[in-house]
Design a protein around this ligand. Structure first.
Ligand SMILES: Nc1ncnc2c1ncn2[C@@H]1O[C@H](COP(=O)(O)OP(=O)(O)OP(=O)(O)O)[C@@H](O)[C@H]1O
Ligand SMILES: [Mg+2]
Length: 336
C-alpha cells in the first residue's frame, strides 16, 4: 500500500474514532436525560454494534481466506457473488440508464444485491439514490417523462417486462424518509395491504396485524390502542408502523429511503436494531446520509456520485480502505 493510501486509511480510522467518541458522548448525554430505560436501549445498540464488528472482522478474514480481497471487479458488483454468504443475488441491475426528460439521473448502473443482506446507498444530495431505489419497484412509472433503459432482475426475472406492477410492489416494499401512516387506526394501517390483496377474515387479519407489529418491534407499545389513529403516535413509532405496514404483505425486499433521518437517536437505534433483525428474512436496501449508520447496519455499500456508482464493496472494505479517491473524500467529509 502506498504511503498516501496508508495515511488516508489512518485518517478514515481517526475520523471514525472521533465520530464514535462523539456518538458515545451524545449517547451518554441522552442517557442522563432519558433515564434507565433508554440506557438499556443504548446498551442493546452497543451490543448489536459489538456483534456487528465481530461479524465484519470475520467477513474480512473469510474473504482473505477465499483470496478475493483484490476488489478490482467489486466496484461494479461483478464479484459480489464471491462475497455473499448464501450464494444468491436477489436483485441484479444491469446497464441501467434513467432519464427525467433530457436529464440523465442514472448512468450505466451495474449492481448485484445479495439476498438477505443489507445494502446501503450513500452519496451527496441529488446523486440518484432515491431514483435508483424507486426504480427497483417501478415507482418511477408514475413520473411523466421518465425513461429507463437496461434491466432490473428480481430473482432473475426482468421487472420491466411482463411483470404485474401490483405483484412487484407486494414483493418489493418501500419505507420513506418521512413516516407516512394513513389517516386511520393503527390496526387499519397494517390491515390495509392484506385487505387490498383480498384477505377478509378477521381472525386472519388479527394474526397478520399482530405478527407485523411484533416484527416491527412496536407491538408492546401499541397493542392496547390498536383502534386509535396512527397519527397520534410519535414520529419514531409512526415509522415502525410504516415498517409493519410494509411487512404485512410479506414482501421479499424492503427498500428504505433515509428511514431514520427524521428521528431522534433513541428511535434511530430502535430502527437500526430492527433492520438488523429483519435481514434474517428480508433483503434490505437502505439509503442513508449517516455514514455511521451505514457502517453499523450494512453488509455492502454503494457510493453514488452524479448518477454513477463510484464504488460498491463490502461495507467494511469501502469504509476502511476505499479504492476511489472520491469515495475517500466523501466518507471523510471533504465534500458533499
Ligand atoms: N421527478 C423528477 N423529475 C425530474 N428530475 C428529478 C425527479 N426526481 C429526481 N430528479 C432529479 O434527479 C436527480 C437525482 O435525484 P434523487 O432524488 O434520486 O437524489 P438523491 O440522491 O436521493 O438525493 P437526496 O439525498 O437529496 O435525497 C436530481 O438531480 C433530481 O433533481
Ligand atoms: Mg433521496
Amino acid at each position: 500500500m502506498k504511503v498516501e493510501e496508508m495515511q488516508g486509511t489512518k485518517e478514515v480510522k481517526n475520523m471514525q474514532g472521533a465520530k464514535e467518541a462523539q456518538d458515545m458522548k451524545n449517547m451518554q448525554d441522552t442517557q442522563v436525560v432519558q433515564g434507565v430505560q433508554n440506557a438499556r436501549v443504548a446498551q442493546n445498540a452497543q451490543a448489536v454494534q459489538d456483534a456487528r464488528d465481530e461479524q465484519n472482522l470475520k467477513g474480512v478474514i473469510d474473504n482473505k481466506e477465499k483470496g478475493i480481497n483484490d476488489t478490482k471487479d467489486m466496484k461494479d458488483g461483478k464479484n459480489m457473488k464471491d462475497m455473499r454468504k448464501n450464494g444468491r443475488n436477489k436483485i441484479e441491475i444491469k446497464n441501467l440508464d434513467l432519464f427525467y426528460g433530457e436529464f440523465q439521473a442514472l448512468k450505466s448502473i451495474n449492481m448485484s444485491i445479495p439476498e438477505k443482506e443489507i445494502t446501503a446507498f450513500i452519496g451527496p444530495s441529488g446523486c440518484g439514490k432515491s431514483t435508483l431505489l424507486k426504480t427497483l419497484n417501478r415507482m418511477n412509472d408514475l413520473v411523466e417523462d421518465c425513461r429507463i433503459h437496461g434491466e432490473v432482475l428480481l430473482d432473475g426475472e426482468n421487472i420491466y417486462k411482463n411483470m404485474d406492477v401490483n405483484l412487484l410492489r407486494k414483493r418489493v416494499g418501500m419505507v420513506f424518509q418521512k413516516p407516512n401512516p394513513f389517516p386511520m387506526s393503527i390496526y387499519d394501517n397494517i390491515a390495509y395491504g392484506p385487505r387490498t390483496h383480498g384477505i377478509r377474515s378477521k381472525v386472519k387479519l388479527d394474526e397478520i396485524v399482530e405478527r407485523s407489529l411484533r416484527s416491527a418491534a412496536i407491538w408492546d407499545e401499541v397493542k392496547d390502542r390498536l383502534k386509535e389513529s396512527a397519527l397520534s403516535l410519535s414520529g419514531g413509532q409512526q415509522q415502525r408502523i410504516c415498517i409493519a405496514r410494509a411487512l404485512a404483505v410479506q414482501p421479499e425486499v424492503l427498500l428504505m429511503d433515509e428511514p431514520t433521518s427524521a428521528l431522534d437517536p433513541i428511535s434511530t437505534g430502535k430502527i437500526e436494531e430492527l433492520v438488523l433483525q429483519l435481514k434474517n428474512n428480508y433483503t434490505i436496501i437502505i439509503v442513508t446520509h449517516n455514514m455511521q449508520q451505514a457502517v453499523r447496519v450494512s453488509d455492502n455499500t454503494g457510493f453514488f456520485l452524479m448518477g454513477e456508482v463510484v464504488e460498491y464493496d463490502r461495507t467494511e472494505s469501502l469504509f476502511s480502505i476505499p479504492k476511489d479517491q472520491r469515495t475517500e473524500d466523501y466518507i471523510t467529509g471533504r465534500f458533499g
